[in-house]
Structures are given as structure tokens and as C-alpha cells.
Design a protein around this ligand. Structure first.
Ligand SMILES: Nc1ncnc2c1ncn2[C@@H]1O[C@H](COP(=O)(O)OP(=O)(O)O)[C@@H](O)[C@H]1O
Ligand SMILES: [Mg+2]
Length: 257
């Protein structure tokens, strides 16, 4: 391997998510500007940047909750489908965990985790329940299966949301500020689950300002500002010697309190 090879193309791993020249507008607002991003299978990429820089929009274009105006996005070598069954399948392949948990309030924890596999993947209810119990155990909430989301703490709800996404056996997991709505004492229990997931080889794109997690679990850190990827580097390089002025400025703000 030569020293000139980019951190964006780890040797021997196939690109799983690939954005090239992605543009997105909301009316006159240009929220994604020629974004290039390649995430290889098994890679963990942390996305950081100021509020309004386009991080959530980036996530939402990858599972096609938002359309794009230009460029292309491929998942596992295929263009994102625009509608119908193919789109449903894409959504199943791209697990998404939001800041606000988004569990079904009127369904039990177990039902939350079994619904997708049964409805979208065609898994038998018995198999889905068995798998759900395993996943709930993996995220540390095995004994909460029959409760409703409102009976759980925020940290427990977010771990159920992770189990629910994993139940679909996604190719990639997107996390959009998964700990931002949590009380401080619950942040680590969610980050621990995410760290275990990263170590297990899951491909992950994680929008977060938890820099400890980024240092511990990320292969790369992507810094966004004004809809552009300004920096794409290994965590050590990014945190010790960010190249871009905006990145230095941003880091000084979040690391000094
Ligand atoms: N549905 C929408 N309609 C109009 N503008 C939006 C919409 N969603 C986001 N925006 C704007 O797009 C920009 C990027 O937003 P977002 O992707 O949420 O940024 P971030 O997640 O980095 O805070 C912001 O200026 C935001 O106000
Ligand atoms: Mg956001």
C-alpha cells in the first residue's frame, strides 16, 4: 500500500455506501454541496459539524427519506431505488436510529422489534420473537420485552430502537445524534451498545458529538460545514491536527466545556 492512498478507501474492503457529488436543496437553501463519501463494509464513520451543516439531511438521503437533486448514491453497488417494493427493501437494509427514539408507543417492546421482520422480511412470528429476545438481551433490556416504551427510561428506549433496527439485519446502520436527547447518566449505556456493535463489524455512519465514542470506535471522522465535507480523516489525525480552520474552531468549542 502506498502512503498516498486515501483514508476513504481502505484496502480490500468493498464500498458499501457511496455518495458522489450529492446535491440537495430546500428551496433556495443549498444544504448538501457536492458531497462525496465512501463507507466501506465494516467501517465506522463519525460525522460531526455545526448545527445546520446538513448532517441529518445526509443521513436522510441515504435511506431515501429525502430525494437528492444531483449526484448519485449507491448502496452495495446499486443506485437507491425511488419507489415501491425496492424502496421498502432498501429501507430494511439501512437501519436508522434517531435522536427521539421513534418507537411505536402503542406496541410493546417485543412487538416493536418483531413488527418489521414479520411485515417486511417475511420472517415467521415465532422466529422473529426468538431473534428479538436475543437482540433485546444483546442491548441489555431482555427483561423489558412486555413493557410499553413509555414505561422505559430514555436510555432503555434508545437501546430498544437499536435492537429494532438490527432485527431487520441491515447492511448499514445510521445513527443521527442518538444520545442527544438523553439524560447524561444514560448516554454511556447507549454508547456502550454502539461500541459493541462497531466491534462486531457492523458498518455504521454515526452523527454524534460524543468525541470519546469517535476516538474509541470510529475508523474515520467526517467534518461537515455548510453542506460540504471539509475534512475526512482518521480520528487521531482529526483530533490532534485538524487541517481545516472551521474544524479547529468547531473542536475548540465542543472540547472546552
Ligand atoms: N425539511 C426541511 N425543509 C427546509 N429546510 C430544511 C429541512 N430540513 C432541514 N432544513 C435546513 O437544512 C439545513 C441542514 O439541516 P440539517 O441536515 O438538519 O443539519 P444538521 O443535522 O447538521 O443540524 C438547515 O439549514 C436546516 O434548517
Ligand atoms: Mg441534525
Amino acid at each position: 500500500m502506498t502512503g498516498s492512498e486515501s483514508a476513504a478507501a481502505p484496502a480490500g474492503r468493498k464500498p458499501l455506501v457511496q455518495l458522489s457529488g450529492v446535491d440537495k436543496h430546500y428551496g433556495a437553501l443549498h444544504v448538501l454541496r457536492a458531497v462525496d463519501l465512501t463507507v466501506a463494509q465494516g467501517e465506522v464513520v463519525v460525522v460531526i459539524g455545526p448545527s445546520g451543516s446538513g448532517k441529518s439531511t445526509l443521513c436522510r438521503t441515504i435511506n431515501r427519506l429525502e430525494t437528492i437533486d444531483g449526484g448519485s448514491i449507491t448502496l452495495d453497488g446499486r443506485q437507491l431505488p425511488s419507489e415501491g417494493r425496492d424502496l421498502a427493501r432498501l429501507r430494511a437494509d439501512v437501519g436508522m436510529v434517531f435522536q427521539s427514539f421513534n418507537l411505536f408507543a402503542h406496541k410493546t417492546v417485543l412487538e416493536n422489534v418483531t413488527l418489521g421482520p414479520v411485515k417486511v422480511r417475511g420472517t415467521s412470528p415465532a422466529e422473529a420473537r426468538k431473534r428479538a429476545q436475543e437482540l433485546l438481551a444483546r442491548v441489555g433490556v431482555a427483561n423489558q420485552a412486555d413493557k410499553y416504551p413509555a414505561q422505559l427510561s430514555g436510555g432503555q428506549q434508545q437501546r430498544v430502537a437499536i435492537a429494532r433496527a438490527l432485527a431487520m439485519e441491515p447492511k448499514v446502520m445510521l445513527f443521527d445524534e442518538p444520545t442527544s436527547a438523553l439524560d447524561p447518566e444514560m448516554i454511556n449505556e447507549v454508547l456502550d451498545v454502539m461500541t459493541e456493535l462497531a466491534r462486531s463489524g457492523m458498518t455504521m455512519i454515526v452523527v454524534t458529538h460524543e468525541m470519546g465514542f469517535a476516538r474509541r470506535a470510529a475508523d474515520r471522522v467526517v467534518f461537515m460545514a455548510d453542506g460540504q465535507v471539509l475534512e475526512d480523516a482518521e480520528p487521531e489525525q482529526f483530533f490532534t491536527a485538524p487541517r481545516h480552520e472551521r474544524a479547529r474552531d468547531f473542536l475548540s468549542k465542543i472540547l472546552t466545556h
